[in-house]
Design a protein around this ligand. Structure first.
Ligand SMILES: [Zn+2]
Ligand SMILES: [Zn+2]
Ligand SMILES: [Zn+2]
Length: 139
């Protein structure tokens, strides 16, 4: 089970609730302000007791308190890939099903152009339009 760690925006009390309650309203136990449990994108664990925790990204770098062992800990920066460095588009040849991965920069250069399938030499037109990073298209 993972706890969402966040702070009451009104009184700054450290709060921890189960991820099952994300999106639900919860009254702050200290000031009774109704709070929406924030969707959380930073996943980490307590360095002392290893308790599974997550926090909304706006809390990155803030000091929070482990609900299990009361250790002060700092919510880390979101480590999931936010940059487009590792993102790629895979284009699969409809003829021979060979997949070709292009990084996003390369893909943007190829939009509207034609590439040769390395396996069957078929001409593949790279369409206009925004393909999502890390997706795969058959052309
Ligand atoms: Zn409060
Ligand atoms: Zn702990
Ligand atoms: Zn091919």
């Amino acid at each position: 089970m993972t706890d969402v760690l966040f702070k009451c925006w009104k009184c700054s009390k450290n709060l921890a609730v189960s991820t099952k309650r994300i999106g639900k309203t919860y009254p702050c136990p200290q000031c009774e302000q109704p709070l929406m449990i924030p969707d959380s994108t930073i996943f980490y664990s307590c360095p002392v007791c290893n308790w599974s925790l997550c926090s909304p990204s706006k809390h990155a770098g803030e000091t929070l308190t482990c609900p299990n062992c009361d250790t002060s800990l700092i919510a880390p920066e979101n480590t999931s890939e936010d940059s487009d460095e590792d993102q790629a588009i895979t284009i699969r040849c409809i003829n021979c099903h060979q997949g070709m991965a292009f990084d996003m920069d390369h893909y943007h250069e190829l939009i509207g152009k034609t590439v040769d399938c390395p396996t069957c030499s078929r001409k593949i037109n790279i369409p206009q339009g925004n393909l999502k990073p890390n997706s795969e298209v058959v052309l």
